[in-house]
Design a protein around this ligand. Sequence first.
Ligand code: 13P
Ligand code: SF4
Length: 307
Amino acid sequence: MSEALVSKIEALKAEHNAVILAHYYAPGDVQDVADYVGDSLGLSRTAATTEADVIVFSGVHFMAETAAILSPEKKVIMPDACAGCPMADMITAEKLAQFKAENPGAVVVTYVNSAADIKALSDICCTSSNAVNVVRTIPEDKDILFVPDQNLGSYVSKVLGRKMIMWKGFCPTHQNVLPEHVLKAREEHPDALFAVHPECRPAVVELADFVGSTTGIINFCAESDADKFIIGTENGVFHKLKKDNPDKEFFLASPVLECPNMKKNTLEKLAWCLEDMKPLITVDPEIARKAKAPIERMLEVAGSGGK
Ligand code: 13P
Ligand code: SF4
């Protein structure tokens, strides 16, 4: 079944001159057929530079939207347009506009896990892999509003020793990891290192040996001399971790680490979307024009990517 599906996907991809981009949280069989698998920054960079006519985005809606903003001349489709991000839904353009009106002069730094209309009201975007470097570019005398992830914001604030106003959003998947989950995993695997995503709550990040984006975590585990790791991010990264490091052992910090939206990207739906060339992801041209500038500013700032 899967082999036939993979052949079908390959043929449709060639027919439409399509490129398949997948996030590390997508199911393993989808990562295997992708042309590029990466973290949010790497995926945005690839979407901005690909020469394909069609981008098939196996991730969540805001990622496909970002690709559509960066490459408006291309067709962007995704296996399931209902694969959204609850964190992105925790802020509205109306509330952000109100905040801006009340805080003239504040710089709005927006995590890419946000909708296009939020990006359109922002000064600069960031991902988890370049958030610290992005905030470093903002003059010390400026107030910063960091949206929508309070946990990533807290991490950046701590690293840089810089106060920021945080929007109170969070990723439900990472927020559900509690310090006691990590302490239990540490007790069960005392010689393992703990690598965590900054979307986890500060009390969990505090316990880590390494903090980084999905690509950052994958690189850390590959380069480390240690052979056991407790992983504090979504379970999709295990596919790459196990493939690249067959002699190392990986343990999930908590069973809650599964994003139901990322898992909507099944191989079957990937084949159907290539067959039907839909669902098509589009952004209102005026919003796209305004959202493109903060994304492009972000792309100029260094960070990790993917393979
Ligand atoms: P990164 O791959 O950029 O670390 O993103 C994590 C995430 O939660 C994407 O939704
Ligand atoms: Fe959103 Fe969290 Fe899922 Fe990423 S893992 S798409 S931040 S809900």
